[in-house]
Every structure is written in C-alpha cells, then in structure tokens.
Design a protein around this ligand. Structure first.
Ligand SMILES: *Cc1c(COP(=O)(O)O)cnc(C)c1O
Length: 464
C-alpha cells in the first residue's frame, strides 16, 4: 500500500515514511492510495476477538510493507495492555438503544491514547531499525500533549517538545504533561495563546533553519496518518459488540479536528455497516455551519467548556474532501489556495455526498451542562463535557431501529470545572494511577512567543 497526498503533488510514500512525516511537501495530508475492504463474513468471524487481536486484523493491510503480522501483533498487545480496563474500550448503555463507548481508560484519560500509545511504539521500532533519532514537535490546548508525551516517553531515539499556552491550560492537563520527567521530555509554556503555539509549530515545519539538520522532525497531531488509522479499530469493536455486521450501527462523535470521525468514515468504506455518522460540535461550529450552508469559512475561536474541541479549522476535513471530489488533488489544492483569502463554497455534488455520509449538530455550553446533569439523574452516568455533546447529538439524530453509540472521548475528572457548573454535588475523582498528580514534581520552561527562541531551545536541549 502506498500513501498519496490530498493535493496531488508530493511523492507517494510507504507506511514507514508516512509515519516519519507530518504534512506532505505540497501542503496536503497523506491518505492510503486504496483502502482494504472486508467481507461481512470476515467481519462476522472477528466477533470474539480481543481488542488487540481485532486491531491486528484491521491494521495489518496498512502496515504490511513495514511490519510482519507477528511484529504488529506484539506491538498491539503491548500497546493496549497499558489501558486500565480489560475490555480496553468498554461500552455502557445510557438509554434504550443509546450506548457510550468509553475511550478514556488509557494513561492520560482521553481517546488520544488509542493512537498515541501505538504511534510511540511504531516510531520506536522503526527508529531502532534505522538507527535514527528524531524530534517531535507539537502544540497542545489540552489532551494531545500529555497523550503524546506518555506515548513517547520511553523512546530513546525521540526528543519530544510540546508547546502549551502559558497559564491557559487546565491544572490537570498541565500536570499530566509537566510531571513526566524524562530527559527527552521537554514542556514549553509559550507566552501566548494556543493559536500562537500552533503557529510556531507550523512555521517550524516550513522553516527549520534553527534546528540540527541531521534530525528528522515528526508531527504528532492528527495530520499524522498513523493516528487516524489506529482509531478505525474501535468502530469495528463497538459494532461487533452490538450485533454488527448483521445489524447496522450509528455513531455520534464529539468533533474538533475531524480526525476521530474520519476514522469512522473509513471503517464504513472498509465494509462495516454504519448507518449514521453524527458530527457533534460545540459553539466552535465551523463544521456544522459548513454542513448547513455548503460554505467553509474561518471563524474566531471561542473558549468553551469542551476545550479539546475548540478548533476553527478542522484539518482532517481535507481528507474527506479528497474523496468527495473524486480524489482530484489539483482541485483540492485549488480550494485550499482559495481558502487563504476567502471562504470555500463547495460544489453541489460535493455537498450532496457529504450530507449523505454525515449529519451534524451543535451543542451550547448551557446544553452541555444540562446533559451532564441529565445523564447523572437518569442513569448515574458521569460524562465529561465532550462526551455530553456527543450524547445530545446522538439523541437528536438517533433512529428507533438502529443502536447509536456515542464516543466518550475523555474522563470527567479531567474537567472538574464543567462538572461543577453542571451542578453535580461532588468533584469527579481521578483514577488511582493519577490520584497523587497534584503532589508530583513539575518541570517546564517558559519561553517567548517566538519561533527562533523555540528552535534555539530545541537545538540546545536534545537528550536523545
Ligand atoms: C481531541 C479531542 C476531541 C476531538 O477529536 P478530533 O479527532 O480532533 O475531532 C474530542 N474530545 C476530546 C476529549 C479530545 O481530546
């Protein structure tokens, strides 16, 4: 399998090189040149598999030029052994025909562990073989940073640099990053906001003149294909548990950068009977607006109770556009060239296709709080604000005959402020492995909002 860019100009790569890349050189995102598909019979035969065994069946076609099946299976068993629930991704019923798929039992309590625990291990293996060292650079407004650090902390060949906006992430989120004390872990608190952090990362990927030339620079946000790939698995896992493939299942997905729900779309293309995919957004509703109007426009960012979805440009949406525009890279390149200066108006055909694949719903902060309170009152279920947005959208769009699964993307203890605002009379407890988080030693450096300063810091702090 080869990987090609959504903008049609960059060279095709194999899995190993895609793993070690961020953006394609033409500014596009890498996608497989063709998807593996599975028959209903094949999918049915996976019904009793464990999570890592199922992951092996689904992911092997994507990586088979780099890993043998035995190597992949060993990595997957190791990856998902760090999750703190025997089912890895357990399901809980919250209403007739309504389920939540709990994706927060990994080390950092958000679904990003599913992909980043795997990414760290895949990188480690490939770098050992190549005897190569790399730098990872990422910006975080919350969950990505800690999940990336946890995923890569034991990799001797990786220095990981994570930028977060100084004094603008929650205490739990900051502590989850800054209390990991490895020599190769570098937390930088940038004197600016999240957009400033993101801008430094993007600028560095475009111009890395201040960095040592013999080190690769790798992205860990969801433009990295391996992250999307890992997330396909739990759609199959949930559907199989609810009677799939003999019965279609629907999913509601709290959405920011469109990575998680795009993985659901891929599962459907690969043969899993999925009836509906619901894009659930908070007040940063660029995707919901696009679904309603056919226009994709820039918006200004508003802070919400679900900070991990506070995003105004959903990068992975480009991967979907590539498909709905019949994989015409030149057309995608032209659309995003236009987007630099004006909104994109999608073609009628592109919108018809997109609307046949996805529904969308926007949920305000007030509704998020009422939903957290409702779930607690109805069935003593404690939802975090992101997951609660998903369950509202699930109820609005759910159909009587089809099981609806909301992806529960984070643990409530990460967002005690929202739980308090919802009026629940207790503070959600951190799981045992994080219970002493607030007593742990923290380490981070405060740095100016300046790309050159960040690159100079990186060059002088390499430990790997
Ligand atoms: C990252 C994140 C999301 C959004 O996922 P995307 O793949 O960016 O759409 C939703 N909820 C939580 C808790 C997250 O950390």
């Amino acid at each position: 399998m080869k990987y090609i860019s959504t903008r049609g100009q960059a060279p095709a790569l194999n899995f190993e090189d895609v793993l070690l890349t961020g953006l394609a050189s033409d500014g596009g995102l890498y996608v497989p040149d063709r998807l593996p598909t599975f028959s209903q019979e094949q999918i049915r035969s996976w019904r009793s598999l464990s999570y890592p065994a199922l992951a092996g069946e689904i992911l092997f076609p994507f990586v088979s030029e780099t890993f043998t099946r035995e190597e992949l299976d060993a990595i997957l068993v190791d990856t998902y052994s760090v999750f703190r629930h025997d089912a890895v991704a357990p399901m809980v019923q919250i209403a007739p025909n309504q389920w939540v798929l709990e994706l927060f039992h990994g080390p950092t309590l958000a679904f990003k562990d599913f992909a980043l625990q795997l990414l760290g291990r895949l990188l480690d293996e490939v770098l050992k073989r190549r005897q190569q060292k790399i730098m990872i650079l990422g910006a975080t407004s919350g969950d990505t940073g800690s999940a990336a650090i946890e995923g890569c902390r034991r990799c001797d060949n990786i220095d990981i640099f994570i930028l977060h906006p100084h004094n603008r992430v929650s205490d739990v989120q900051r502590k989850q990053m800054t209390t990991v004390l490895g020599e190769n872990i570098h937390n930088l608190a940038v004197k600016g906001n999240f957009d400033d952090c993101q801008a430094i990362v993007k600028a560095t990927f475009n111009n890395r003149s201040g960095l040592p030339s013999d080190r690769g620079l790798v992205a860990v946000n969801s433009i990295n294909w391996a992250r999307i790939m890992a997330q396909i698995v739990y759609y199959f896992y949930a559907a199989l548990a609810l009677g799939g493939p003999d019965r279609p299942v629907s999913f509601s997905v709290p959405t920011g950068n469109f990575g998680d729900i795009f993985a659901g779309y891929l599962a459907k293309q690969m043969g899993l009977p999925i009836e509906q995919l619901v894009i659930a957004t908070n007040k940063n509703d660029v995707l919901h607006k696009m679904m309603s109007t056919g226009v994709y426009d820039k918006m200004s960012l508003e802070a919400s109770l679900s900070p991990s979805m506070d995003i105004t440009v959903s990068s992975n949406f480009e991967r979907l556009l590539f498909d709905v525009y019949d994989r015409d890279g030149a057309q995608i390149a032209a659309l995003f060239e236009q987007f630099k200066t004006e909104p994109i108006q999608f073609s009628e055909q592109a919108m018809t296709r997109t609307r046949s694949l996805f529904a969308s719903h926007r949920v305000s902060d007030g509704e998020t709080c009422s939903e957290i309170a409702k779930l607690w009152a109805d069935c003593a279920y404690l939802a975090d604000p992101h997951s609660a947005i998903g369950t509202v959208a699930a109820r609005v769009h759910g159909r009587a005959q089809t099981p609806m699964v909301t992806l529960a993307t984070a643990h409530a203890a990460k967002f005690p402020g929202a739980i308090a605002q919802a009026g629940l009379p207790f503070e959600p407890a951190l799981p045992q492995h994080l219970a002493d988080l607030f007593e742990r030693e923290e380490r981070y450096d405060v740095i100016d909002n300046d790309m050159a300063a960040v690159q100079a810091f990186m060059s002088s702090h390499l430990a790997a």
